[in-house]
Design a protein. Structure first.
Length: 369
């Protein structure tokens, strides 16, 4: 009797031989070796891809900013003021991440603060007027309060508000929460309505006294000291005018969402003439290498793997420069209005500078301490 097609297939399958256990083990072993060799390469590609996307975002942001500035001769309005109101006319830097996802995310990435050593800076009347001339008339106060309980009565469970964690002036023990992204119009009458912003490395406190940097190692950009930083949030004029479709987010910050909530790119303003005034120069006099030419600081550029970074117990002598690192002198004087920069929420400038980190001889002893 002629076999049906089904019977033929069944007969063929019955006569076919399968893989032995040894053959399967050999194949799995070979696959394991291949994965072990390829996985590190793929991980490197992934990390490089994140950096590439971030650089691309900042490159486009610079292009958009340049186009906006050339067309309007001003900066975009309604940037994000990266501060928290703690009460009436009182401000602080938002909570810095302790890199512990178990207690939930904080506001700013630890690397963002480590590279910039942010300080609160209360504006003078002259600074407010200069900001307005640059086109910054209205800002949105971030008011995130990620380090606090819901009612602002104290720190959330597992988070410390002291400066040993935050590398900054201690956060207020309690806060009276203001609305998130609260719109504020800059008022030159700073006596009646004190107003503060976030500044790199130094800042004038509510009493009018400059709080200066002391840490000499681990700076991201030495020339950012004394410059204000604002965020490119979704409400800024680049977006609302249609130049940018939406505020871009940093891919590295997206990966770090368990630790950080703030993930916008940032605009670093030039150092204002009214910031780099005689009071600023007087406060920085101890760090001034050439007072006749304005404030100047000696710096050295070094990579993360350099001995100057890893061996913090030993001072690095600039005169001998034993590792032959690049040195540079930066002027902390007023800058032109077009000398802005962008920075990702992890603290990296675009385009990147000579080294991963800078050391600054702040006490003029000839060493990076």
């Amino acid at each position: 009797m002629q076999q049906t097609l089904k019977e033929k297939i069944q007969a063929k399958l019955a006569n076919s031989e399968g893989f032995t256990l040894l053959e399967i083990l050999v194949v799995l072993t070979i696959m394991g070796f291949l994965i072990a060799m390829v996985a590190p390469r793929l991980a490197g590609i992934s990390g490089s891809a994140v950096d590439t996307v971030c650089d691309s975002n900042q490159n486009r942001m610079i292009s958009m900013m340049s186009g906006f500035y050339e067309k309007t001769n001003r900066y975009p309005d309604k940037l994000t003021n990266i501060v928290e109101e703690t009460g009436a006319n009182a401000y602080q830097i938002p909570a810095i991440s302790d890199d512990d996802p178990d207690n939930g995310p904080e506001t700013l990435a630890s690397e963002f603060n480590d590279r910039n050593n942010f300080r609160i800076h209360y504006l003078t009347e002259g600074e407010v007027r200069e900001l307005k001339q640059l086109g910054i008339v209205n800002v949105f106060n971030l008011n995130a309060y990620d380090g606090y309980n819901d009612d602002g009565s104290g720190a959330k469970d597992g988070y410390a508000l002291d400066d040993s964690v935050n590398n900054q002036v201690a956060l207020a023990a309690t806060v009276t929460k203001a609305p998130a992204m609260e719109l504020k119009t800059l008022d030159p009458d700073v006596t009646a309505t004190p107003f503060a912003v976030m500044m790199v490395g130094a800042g004038r406190n509510s009493a009018g006294t400059w709080v200066l940097p002391t840490k000499e190692r681990g700076w991201g950009e030495a020339d950012f000291i004394g410059r204000m930083v604002f965020g490119f949030g979704p409400e800024n004029a680049l977006v609302t005018s249609g130049i940018v479709s939406n505020a871009a987010h940093c891919p590295g910050g997206i990966q770090n969402a368990d630790n950080v909530t703030y993930n916008d790119y940032n605009l670093v303003l030039p150092r204002l003439a009214t910031t780099a005034d005689s009071a600023f120069e007087t406060e920085f006099a101890a760090m001034d290498t050439e007072t006749d030419d304005g404030i100047q600081i000696d710096t050295v550029s070094y990579g993360e793997e350099s001995g100057i970074y890893t061996d913090t117990a030993t001072a690095y002598a600039l005169a001998t420069n034993g590792e032959n690192l690049k040195t540079r002198v930066y002027d902390l004087t007023a800058m032109e209005s077009f000398q802005y920069a962008t920075m990702c929420p992890e603290g990296h400038k675009f385009p990147a500078d000579d080294g991963d980190y800078w050391g600054i001889d702040l006490d003029l002893n000839g060493d990076i301490d």
